[in-house]
Ligand binder design. Sequence first.
Ligand code: MD6
Ligand code: FE
Length: 199
Amino acid sequence: MGPGAIHLRGFAEEAAGALVQAIREVEARAPFRRMTTRRGFKMSVGMTNCGRYGWISDREGYRYSEIDPVSGHSWPALPTTVRDLAVAAAAEAGYVGFDPDACLVNRYEPGSGLALHQDRNERDATAPIVSVSLGLPATFLFGGLDRKLRASRTTLRHGDVVVWGGLSRFFFHGVLRLGEGQHETLGRTRINLTVRRAG
Ligand code: MD6
Ligand code: FE
């Protein structure tokens, strides 16, 4: 996809059922919620987290927190299935010894999208991010270090994994608004997991 960004098509296909079940258990304790940006806009994507650290956004900005502000408790643990899959994908891409401590779970419905952004709240910039796509397909936008650079487009489908590190770790990226569709297990939704080393 770009320098250091590797698209592993279907890498999570076999594990998908177990991953969906793990997400159901996470959302029972930490429900999806639409967070607010610093400027006060409500995001169209529903988000929750598992692992030691969770990514949050509110009027104070973006950051990682060990506490879920909705429940006042810690986030659910990183499920073993999620960790194992992410570690295996990272190794496949050449990142041996990936030791994730955070997983942001994004839920899209038709009409939801994610504006171009950089992921730069993580302390260790040498660790990759492992992104797992489930459910409806989405068009992923992949730019460069400059927001104004023209972004390329890739379709991410159910079971696809992107391992993202190295030179493209800080590239701008986003997700086009999801189109209508029905996925056989997830219905009108797309779920994306981004497994990270945040702390
Ligand atoms: C998504 N993904 O695919 C949003 N960030 O729903 C991301 O924002 C992302 O896929 C960093 C690395 C990989 C990603
Ligand atoms: Fe991102």
